[in-house]
Write a protein that binds this ligand. Structure first.
Ligand code: DGL
Length: 267
């Protein structure tokens, strides 16, 4: 087996949600080393002031650059991208930084009924970045926006009962879903936590509804910005959290790597 010497790509989220993006990154770049940081000690981001999210994103970017010498950063969180990515790019002009935004554009292409639901955090839906995106697509389809307070937190704690009840509440609030005229046939998962419970959401919305996540386009964009793409070797994956180690460990072992050692840190 050849030794991989390339610098890692840093990936962060408020918690375990960014693992849905990392799954897509691993599929696109299977030999690339990654360091994943879950800011679970300061989650959820989605119902906090943008100032909190900006401060956390800055501290995390600094840590990943200084302690892990990352060659690129993926902000695997819609809320943090909306609040902080411009500032991070200003502060680290030498570092390629890829963000994630709700997949509104692909949803517009896909929807036949011209009605699209968007599930996201309150903070993402209130952000200027999201408003600008929405306005750029105005008139093409009707968007039904739904802030999902508490859902990312329920997923973070893998609390099935709360996932089920909040999932039901928010999917029902979107209105009628299905393939008939006047129904929502496409739902955007505008928070990276939500694809982790896509099966639950799909069963609540019904089989006729298409779910749109953003992991695959983010992974393709990351490949484009990397200077060197490794094509052999078993890559190193490092797992860091500012919260309880077992929370990230259980999630990583469920969705990404059967044997994972999680390191806790304070930043
Ligand atoms: N996973 C994050 C996002 O994509 C936010 C979840 C949260 O902390 O509220 O928006």
């Amino acid at each position: 087996m050849s030794r991989v010497t390339t610098r890692p790509v840093g990936v962060f989220d408020s918690g375990i949600g960014g693992l849905s993006v990392l799954q897509a990154l691993r599929a696109e770049l299977p030999h690339q080393p990654f360091v994943y940081l879950a800011d679970s000690g300061h989650a959820p981001y989605g119902e906090r002031e943008p100032g909190h999210v900006i401060e956390r994103s800055q501290a995390i970017a600094r840590h990943l650059i200084e302690a892990h010498d990352i060659q690129a950063l993926v902000v695997a969180c819609n809320t943090a991208t909306a609040a902080a990515i411009s500032l991070l790019r200003e502060q680290h002009p030498e570092l390629p930084i890829v963000g994630v935004e709700p997949a509104l554009k692909p949803a517009v292409q896909l929807s036949r009924t011209r009605r699209v639901g968007v599930l996201a955090t309150r903070s993402t839906l209130q952000s200027t970045k999201f408003r600008v995106l929405l306005e750029s697509l105005q008139g093409q389809v009707d968007f039904m926006l739904q802030a999902c307070d508490g859902l990312a937190d329920a997923i973070e704690h893998q609390d099935s009962a709360r996932i089920e009840s909040l999932g039901r509440r928010y999917t029902q609030a979107l209105g009628a879903c299905g393939r008939e005229a006047g129904q929502i046939d496409t739902v955007v998962l505008g928070c990276t936590h939500y694809p982790l419970v896509a099966e639950n959401l799909q069963s609540l919305l019904g089989p006729g509804v298409e779910l749109m996540a953003s992991g695959a386009p983010v992974a393709r964009q990351t490949r484009r910005v990397l200077q060197q793409v490794v094509d052999t070797g078993q890559p190193t994956l490092r797992w860091l959290t500012t919260g309880p180690a077992d929370q990230l460990q259980i999630a990583v072992q469920r969705w990404l790597q059967p044997q994972a050692r999680v390191e806790t840190l304070k930043i």
